[in-house]
Design a protein around this ligand. Structure first.
Ligand SMILES: Cc1cc2nc3c(=O)[nH]c(=O)nc-3n(C[C@H](O)[C@H](O)[C@H](O)COP(=O)(O)OP(=O)(O)OC[C@H]3O[C@@H](n4cnc5c(N)ncnc54)[C@H](O)[C@@H]3O)c2cc1C
Length: 182
């Protein structure tokens, strides 16, 4: 069968994009170079211990969240076993350099507050950084299941920066930079 779209890379991005396009009736082929699809979603075992290669939590599954909206649209929500995270601690990071453990809260303001407790001098910059992330996400119509207004997407300069560049632009404290997800 002829393909309408070929996607290179079977990580979460390629798989969701392929699923959305297939849902729209396009014939999609996803090419994955590794033996297993999933990209950063994969896990591996050593003895009885399972290790994540990257992702260990996924945001956006609460009511009104982006992934909940996309999975509902694709009709796969009921196939997923979701366990919600603690709102006041979605992630806990222990830094080898200072031996401290940082508890990261979920939600736009709570996320900033939990980090600002340790880095009060960076509070306003943390807000700016999080605002920038929301603005970048807002540039992707598919993320919100919005029809695109133009044929060719136009993106801001920030959109094209690497995660490191974006973090360094807003956050000057090197310890805080290391805690932020890239
Ligand atoms: C240590 C770590 C922890 C993380 N924790 C989280 C987390 O808890 N929650 C979260 O949401 N995100 C987390 N992330 C980020 C998350 O892993 C990425 O955002 C996500 O994997 C990106 O998906 P992707 O499809 O763009 O890329 P990837 O998951 O990297 O997938 C890319 C795929 O493309 C394939 N590929 C590459 N080149 C080619 C080629 N030439 N031909 C064919 N196939 C190719 C690769 O093999 C891979 O399967 C973490 C990342 C890291 C590194």
């Amino acid at each position: 069968m002829n393909q309408d779209v070929i996607i290179i890379g079977g990580g979460l991005g390629g798989l969701f994009t392929g699923a959305l396009l297939a849902h729209e009736g396009l014939v999609v082929k996803v090419l994955e170079k590794n033996a297993t699809i999933g990209g950063g979603l994969q896990t591996f075992r050593r003895g009885n211990v399972e290790f994540e290669t990257g992702m260990h939590i996924l945001g956006g599954f609460r009511e009104g969240g982006t992934l909940r909206r996309i999975c509902s649209h694709l009709g796969i929500m009921e196939n997923l076993a979701i366990r919600h995270l603690d709102a006041d601690c979605m992630d806990e990071i222990t830094c080898a350099s200072d031996g401290k453990t940082y508890r990261i809260a979920s939600g736009r303001n709570a996320f900033v507050q939990s980090l600002a407790e340790h880095f009060p001098h960076q509070q306003s910059k943390l807000h700016e950084y999080v605002d920038a992330l929301y603005n970048i996400a807002n540039e992707v119509d598919a993320f919100y299941l919005r029809p695109s207004s133009t044929g060719l997407p136009q993106h801001s300069e920030h959109f094209l920066w690497s995660a490191d560049e974006l973090i360094s632009h807003y956050i000057s404290d090197p310890r805080l930079r290391n805690l932020l997800p890239t």
